[in-house]
Ligand binder design. Structure first.
Ligand SMILES: Nc1ncnc2c1ncn2[C@@H]1O[C@H](COP(=O)(O)OP(=O)(O)OP(=O)(O)O)[C@@H](O)[C@H]1O
Length: 531
């Protein structure tokens, strides 16, 4: 054992002792014990995790506690880099998550008891001091409001109310002890707006780009208003935000059919508000949205510039949140980037959990298409699936659209689905025709050319940065763009171990999120590889 390794092992052992005290037992046993220290270098320690989702979960939630334990052990501050080791053993993600939820609920319950105790000590004068922003909604000038043309969405202005749909029936799961809210009784329980029966958890494909959003959505649906409230999901067009919101709505209703779940887009919210004002009955609107248990508002970015709708939504938000009702919001960008969103609304969105969905990697895009084909009982050859998935990167709606187009084309022409038919059916979308075969050799060639190094350097033993960096990028691209296995990639790059490939992939994925220049270089390389 080298001196560094011995030092690292000793620090980690001591840090574990601190963490054992800091975490409750089930959390320690499930999340921390499965990790291991990999390397230590000045003030950076690399910690291996058995799976990607463990890495993401630790990164997003427990870094401060682990850092504190390391500081207590080594008497200095460490930066932690988590590395997914992709271990073979199966880990039940949902079980881990549940343990986490249980632990959080314990903490929350404790907090609630503390708050209750504090409330009981509040003096009457304390209760009178309202926050300055709590404006009386009844004093809003609605004539001015109607003049405020910016509040009327163009295409859908004054649209009728959303259709009322039932959620698909599944035997009701007995109410868990955590889900102890009293459902609101002012509205029939069946009044669930627009929950699409196809958007459920079982049809949602989990990948690196949406794993955290999915895990948090599950947590919210199992313990509404108790873990993350509000829950804010953001991400680009067609990446599954609406799907996840509906899935939460369905799951909550499956667990308790009496819960009133309302899904609405922010445009419809605006339209309904305007309709209620025109018909002289704004109170009915307020009653409708303030007497529910779970409010799902999609595409909240459309409220930007709509001051009065924001005002109304602010009060709806407050009423529901104070009554301990769950609020779930989606947007195409994080709250701080929604222009002209009032600060008080923005800060409320930041009370809970904000999570994002990124564009899916190739693996996830293939899995989405396979799942879609399976659900619709479509017999689509793998090469056609890979062809579509490698061409549409940023939008799952478009990905599904392309698949449907190919299937329809085959059916109309009464031809079997193969790569030639797919090329023909999609020629307007992919004018370049047949896809080029992406090989590890092609990737190596393009990367070496870009970095002006010799092709052999990528598989040589050299460890200078001008070679290791391109090598890591090339390994990353081989993993992203080809279906070559990890050991095979290691072998191609000079007989390296598969853990080196995992490390390279992890490092470049992480750095590309923080380094715009690297991100652009990779996009550029991908374009050249695929063109
Ligand atoms: N991970 C996924 N697994 C399976 N299907 C998915 C996934 N993500 C998205 N989809 C599908 O892609 C389509 C678009 O998803 P969705 O409407 O949820 O996107 P969105 O992010 O809300 O987009 P927008 O910003 O346009 O509102 C839907 O048919 C949805 O079922």
């Amino acid at each position: 054992m080298s001196a560094d390794t011995a030092y690292m092992a000793s620090i980690w052992q001591q840090a574990l002792v601190h963490m054992k005290k800091a975490f409750i037992k089930p959390l320690f046993e499930t999340w921390i014990k499965s990790t291991m220290p990999l390397s230590i270098n000045d003030n950076v320690i690399e910690i291996g995790t058995p799976k990607q989702f463990v890495k993401e979960w630790l990164e997003s939630r427990y870094v401060p506690i682990i850092k504190e334990a390391l500081k207590a052990a080594a008497n200095k501050d460490f930066e932690i880099v988590f590395i997914n080791m992709d271990m073979e053993e199966e880990i039940d993600e949902t079980a881990l998550l549940n343990i986490d939820i249980e632990a959080q609920i314990d903490v929350l319950q404790e907090e609630q008891i503390n708050q209750q105790q504090q409330k009981e000590n509040i003096t009457p004068s304390d209760q009178l001091s309202q926050p300055a922003e709590d404006v009386d909604i009844d004093n809003v000038d609605y004539l001015k409001y109607l003049d405020d043309i910016g509040d009327i969405p163009q295409a859908a202005a004054l649209a009728p109310s959303p259709t009322i749909l039932e959620t698909p029936s599944r035997p009701a799961v007995p109410k868990t002890k955590r889900f102890d809210q009293q459902p609101n009784s002012n509205m029939p329980a069946t009044e669930d707006f627009n929950l699409n029966p196809k958007y459920v958890f079982s049809t949602f494909v989990i990948g690196n780009s949406n794993r955290l959003a999915h895990a948090a959505s599950l947590a919210v649906s199992e313990a509404p208003a108790q873990v993350y409230n509000p829950f804010f999901i953001y991400g680009g067009v067609g990446l599954g935000k609406t799907h996840l919101m509906h899935a939460i709505g369905h799951r909550i209703r499956e667990n308790n059919p009496n819960i009133k779940v309302v899904y609405i887009s922010s445009e419809k919210f605006t339209n309904e508000l305007i309709n209620s004002i025109i018909s002289g009955n704004p109170e009915s609107f307020r009653q409708r949205y303030r007497n529910i248990d779970v409010l799902l508002v999609d595409d909240i970015q459309f409220l930007s510039k709509k001051e009065h709708t924001q005002e109304e939504f602010f009060h709806t938000f407050n009423t529901l949140h104070e009554a301990n009702k769950q609020i779930i919001i989606s947007s195409d960008r994080p709250p701080r980037e929604i222009q002209t969103l009032e600060d008080r609304l923005r800060s409320r969105f930041e009370w809970g959990l904000i999570t994002d969905i990124q564009p899916p990697d190739l693996e996830t895009r293939i899995a989405v298409l396979r799942k879609k084909a399976m659900i619709e009982s479509l017999n689509v050859p793998n090469e056609v699936i890979v062809y579509i998935a490698s061409r549409i990167e940023n939008n799952i709606r478009e990905l599904e659209g392309a698949l449907i187009r190919v299937v329809a084309y085959a059916s109309l022409n009464n031809q079997p689905i193969d790569i030639d038919l797919a090329t023909e059916a999609l020629k307007d979308i992919f004018p370049n025709g047949r896809p080029k075969q992406i090989t590890t050799e092609l990737i190596q060639d393009i990367v070496a050319g870009h970095f002006k190094i010799k092709l052999e350097d990528l598989s040589a033993k050299k460890r200078t940065r001008n070679v290791t960096y391109p090598r890591q990028i090339a390994m990353y691209l081989c993993r992203e763009l080809t279906e070559t296995s990890l050991p095979k990639i290691g072998e191609i790059f000079g007989g390296r171990d598969h853990t080196t490939v995992i490390h390279a992939h992890d490092k470049i994925s992480r750095e590309r999120q923080m380094d715009a220049k690297l991100n652009n270089t990779i996009k550029d390389l991908v374009k050249r590889i695929e063109s």
